[in-house]
Ligand binder design. Structure first.
Ligand code: PLP
Length: 389
């Protein structure tokens, strides 16, 4: 099946129809879970012959077709988002300099720090909300370059001008990679904005039900795709077929889930701003959010993550997490259930993330129930902190 069977249809429809088996009388509507470690072969392995379970699997391919169609490139799935991140980082030779946002996902920082300690890459941290800062970083860096972008960033929700940054990166010969986990291809398509590679934690919105760990890389370059496939085959971070099936099943409802979640996120952000226990709300939907204007131009929605800074510091933020009953205190994001987490509880969280920041992943529950629980938890925490004084 071609990467995008019906290129003129909307992404919402594509999420439903892409990656289905060829249509015909008696054909299955869904690609089944293909549980096999090998394939019956003949002489040499030719085109279309998967050969062995580490080389390919029809269930992965169904998910890859759908993801590729949504992002506008060719997708390959990996065992986790981090496996996808690692594969993308291997696209540049040893001794390359990787420019990464100050506030990127902590796992990306951790793997880059490890590679830097091993002398495999150099790492430079840049402010991705400031194109001039990134330009200066590119100009100052030596050797092959990789510009790593996230937008909105995790968990500061800063918005980066992907088109301007991709073009600045290319002027300096950098490979430009965008982690599109937070936005998903329904809200922004980085390859259209000039990026060379898109990375996803499929674990999050794309799968959407907190029951799968999976990753993906997408590109339009045949050469990069060949490197990525070779990396996956040789390093072995392959997806499980059951996970691939579940992820594709989840992807079918992404437009509906995202529509509801981001509507609720914007409503909660608006209300949270008025709450006396909240010192700052970060969500690009807010008219005075630093990323608002750019997000309006670059994205087709503001996303379902909201970050708040609780008045009273880390103890007050922890008290909020302790007091919620409907929101789930847990890491991760992008599922149907709403999660809340103080990010600095992770030792590896970048220091630019305030101690009192809570990341809220807004699910698909009724927004009034979400607000009732959150506001009672904020009130309770405020009372506890005031009582302790
Ligand atoms: N990228 C981002 C933005 C993430 O938030 C995460 C996980 O939280 C990852 C990558 C890593 O994905 P995974 O947990 O699926 O390995």
């Amino acid at each position: 099946m071609p990467a995008n069977p019906l290129p003129e249809i909307s992404p919402d429809t594509l999420a439903v129809v892409a990656g289905r088996p060829a249509r015909g009388p008696g054909s299955e509507l869904n690609t089944p879970v293909s549980l096999t470690s090998t394939y019956v072969g003949g002489g040499s392995i030719g085109d279309g012959d998967l050969g062995y379970g580490r080389f390919g699997n029809p269930t992965w391919e169904a998910l890859e077709t759908a993801l590729g169609a949504l992002e506008g490139g060719s997708a390959r799935t990996f065992a986790s988002g981090m496996a996808a991140v690692a594969a993308a980082l291997h696209l540049v030779p040893a001794e390359a300099t990787v420019l990464v946002p100050h506030g990127a996902y902590n796992g990306t920082h951790a793997v880059l720090d490890l590679l830097a300690q091993q002398g495999r890459v150099r790492v430079a941290r840049v402010d991705v909300t400031d194109v001039e800062d990134v330009r200066a970083g590119l100009a100052a860096a030596a050797g092959p370059l990789l510009l790593w972008l996230e937008s909105p960033t995790n968990p500061l929700l800063e918005v980066a001008d992907l088109a301007a940054l991709a073009s600045a990166g290319h002027e300096h010969g950098a490979l430009v990679v965008v982690d599109n986990t937070f936005a998903t291809p329904l809200l922004q398509r980085p390859l259209d904005l000039g990026a060379d590679v898109v990375v996803h934690s499929v674990t999050k919105f794309l799968s959407g039900h907190s029951d799968v760990v999976l990753g993906a890389v997408v590109t339009r370059s045949e050469e990069l795709l060949a490197h990525l496939v070779r990396h996956r085959t040789l390093h072995g971070a392959i997806p499980g077929p059951v996970e691939a099936f579940l992820a594709l099943r989840g992807l079918r409802t992404l437009p509906l889930r995202l529509e509801r979640s981001q509507r609720s996120a914007a409503e909660l952000a608006r209300r949270l701003r008025e709450h006396p226990a909240v010192a700052r709300v970060r969500h690009p939907s807010l008219p005075d959010d630093p990323g608002h204007e750019l997000a309006r131009r670059q994205m087709s929605g503001f996303g379902a993550l909201v970050s708040i800074e609780v008045a009273g510091g880390a103890a007050a933020a922890d008290a909020v997490v302790d007091a919620v009953r409907l929101w789930v205190p847990a890491t991760s994001l992008g599922g149907v259930e709403s999660l809340i987490e103080r990010r600095r509880r992770h030792a590896g969280e970048p220091r630019v993330v305030p101690e009192e920041l809570l990341r809220l992943s807004v699910g698909v529950e009724d927004v009034e129930d979400l607000w009732a629980d959150l506001s009672q938890a904020l009130d309770a925490a405020r009372g506890r902190i005031a009582g302790a004084r």
